[in-house]
Design a protein around this ligand. Structure first.
Ligand code: ADP
Ligand code: TMP
Length: 238
């Protein structure tokens, strides 16, 4: 495909006319900042469909995102943005690096308010955690933008939590990115997929996300989990 703008670890971006990008989701599975890599046939299609469904939910709730259209089988048309170099993580239940950092916190503890954290997007530096003041002092976001990003991320949390609850799933945590459009307004961008979220089955507590891969499960198990999540998000009646 022509006009490649960027090939990331799991997605490729191609320029279309009028400030539009085609975002193609690949079948790559990565962990440990790209040091672990495999491919899972069909994952690109699953992640594109899940991301499309979840971004639509955000738009329905009045949250401004980069989403334009789904392009079968595995791509989305999105608005091209100037990306903010932050991974914005929101934690509803304690898990992952949060319980490693605060080992006195029980895994699964509900966090109120949901905790919004900023990590600098830098593979070389291993995505270091940044305080709110550092984000402002280093000119990454203005104070006003930072407040908007935190408020919007908590809104996303509320929308996704309700969406997943109806499907028998607990939202644990997720990562989003933001970018500026030509007018300088911030929009929610990148992806919302089992690669960038933690989700637990409400009954069994089993992970329905990339944690299986991070922990070394066989690829066949990872495939089953992605297919089950895809079924519940995109096809199961609610
Ligand atoms: P990585 O994990 O290496 O960042 P990905 O495979 O997720 O890579 O690549 C997607 C890239 O596209 C990321 O750099 C992300 O910041 C960027 N991106 C996401 N949405 C947009 C957008 N709407 N406009 C421009 N770039 C975007
Ligand atoms: P963490 O507990 O490992 O910090 O991850 C928190 C959430 O952010 C989890 O849902 C996975 C997601 N995430 C990404 O999408 N990309 C990343 O590089 C990291 C570190 C986490």
């Amino acid at each position: 495909m022509e006009n490649l703008v960027k090939r990331g670890k799991t997605k490729a971006l191609f320029r279309r006319e009028g400030g539009v990008l085609l975002m193609k989701f690949g079948d790559d599975l990565t962990a440990l900042n790209g040091k672990k890599h495999d491919t899972l046939e069909g994952k690109g299609r699953i992640n594109a469909e899940i991301s499309y469904t979840l971004f639509k939910e955000l738009e329905k709730a009045g949250i401004k995102t980069h989403l334009l259209e789904f392009v079968p089988p595995d791509s989305l048309l999105v608005k091209e943005l100037e990306m903010v170099p932050l991974e914005v993580v929101c934690r509803r239940l304690a898990a992952g690096s949060f319980v490693k950092r605060y080992p006195f916190v029980e895994k699964g503890k509900r966090l109120d308010p949901p905790v919004v954290e900023f990590y600098l997007k830098s593979d070389e530096l291993g995505d270091p955690l940044m305080s709110d003041d550092a984000v402002v002092a280093l000119g990454i976001l203005s104070r006003e933008e930072l407040d908007y990003v935190k408020e919007t991320t908590r809104k996303i949390c509320k929308v996704l939590e309700g969406f997943f609850e109806k499907r028998g799933i607990k939202l644990v945590d997720f990562k989003v990115e933001f970018g500026r459009n030509k007018e300088g307004n911030l929009l929610v961008a990148d992806e919302l997929t089992p690669d960038s979220m933690r989700l637990w089955d409400a009954e069994s507590g089993e992970s329905l996300d990339k944690d299986h891969y991070r922990k070394g499960a066989p690829l066949e198990k990872v495939r089953q989990v992605y297919e089950e999540l895809h079924r519940r998000v995109c096809h199961a009646p609610v």
